[in-house]
Design a protein around this ligand. Structure first.
Ligand SMILES: Nc1nc2c(ncn2[C@@H]2O[C@H](COP(=O)(O)OP(=O)(O)OP(=O)(O)O)[C@@H](O)[C@H]2O)c(=O)[nH]1
Ligand SMILES: [Mg+2]
Length: 280
């Protein structure tokens, strides 16, 4: 398989900025995609924030397999991390995140108050790879559109402090990816959830990789969405069936490329159901 490389110019600078600012924050909120908690942890960001208090949030849990998410949460907790899952579009889950973050941040204020000083707002830096919901989380906590959000990786390009209340100040940061991948499956997983720009991808390999994964792990989801498939046939034949059914044609006949693209999009957006791409 071709190597996947996607490291836009702003990321190196963003990484340096995080390294600089991390010294002054009280807490790091690390967002991981609940569908790929391992692949979506950037080892560089993890290392940079190693000595900080940390809240791990598995986002987009509405798109993930909740039974598997629970196992991931237990796994992170067993490693000593404060970890919770969230659908960032749910108020209840946002409140949960605030509560956990306040708990982690309160030590600093307890110390200040014990010395007779005034409590200070908790300063939290939100970190993670592109498209995991960092800006969304900030907007939900702030209850306004303070940070720009788009369903496109690498949208936020620079850091931005956002005062969300008298108790909280949040630092939005650009999503950062590693500049290369030792494990190719990590890159493929990142592409499946939309954290790597799709245009640079070998689409057919990604489609085949995920189709095989579903055949093995989520056969029912696959057959529910495309009830005319025959899983004994090859992937190519099945993608041809999808193209035929949906009427995707190019000047040379069936448009398999379009079938790949649409399949991947539906998978990414949860149309095939709640699917996790990684177990522990
Ligand atoms: N289904 C679902 N979608 C979410 C969730 N959280 C965020 N999103 C969507 O994910 C997309 C990316 O969200 P952003 O908040 O811009 O992500 P980001 O981490 O700031 O991305 P960069 O700025 O590129 O690093 C948007 O379309 C959000 O609406 C969630 O919990 N569930
Ligand atoms: Mg952003």
């Amino acid at each position: 398989m071709k190597q996947i490389h996607w490291y836009p110019g702003h990321m190196k600078k963003a990484q340096n900025d995080i390294e600089e600012r991390i010294k002054i924050v009280d807490l790091v909120i690390e967002l991981l995609d609940a569908r790929i908690p391992f692949s979506s942890r950037n080892p560089i960001l993890f290392k940079l924030s190693q000595n900080k208090k940390r809240l791990v949030v598995l986002t987009k849990n509405d798109l993930a397999d909740s039974k598997i998410t629970e196992k991931w949460i237990s796994h992170f907790r067993s490693e000593g991390f404060e970890a919770i899952f969230a659908d960032l579009n749910k108020d209840k889950d946002i409140k949960n995140i605030i509560k956990s973050a306040e708990k982690l941040g309160e030590e600093k204020n307890n110390k200040l108050v014990a010395k007779g000083m005034k409590a200070q707002p908790i300063r939290a830096m939100i970190i993670g790879i592109p498209n995991v919901g960092k800006s969304t989380l900030i907007n939900k906590i702030a209850k306004r559109n303070a940070a720009s959000v788009q369903n496109k990786p690498g949208h936020t390009k620079a850091q931005q402090w956002i005062k969300v209340s008298d108790r909280f100040q949040l630092l939005d940061t650009p999503g950062i990816l590693p500049s290369n991948y030792e494990d190719k499956n990590v890159a493929l997983n990142l592409a499946l959830v939309g954290s790597i720009n799709e245009e640079i991808l070998p689409l057919d390999e990604l489609a085949n990789y995920s189709f095989n994964y579903l055949k093995e792990n989520y056969k029912d989801n696959l057959c529910r969405r495309f009830d005319y498939l025959n899983l004994i046939l090859s992937n190519d034949e099945n993608f041809s069936l999808i193209a035929k059914r949906r009427g995707y044609f190019s000047k040379d006949g069936l448009d398999i490329n379009k079938a790949h693209k649409v399949f991947l999009n539906e998978l990414k957006n949860g149309i095939l159901g709640q699917i996790s791409f990684e177990t522990i």
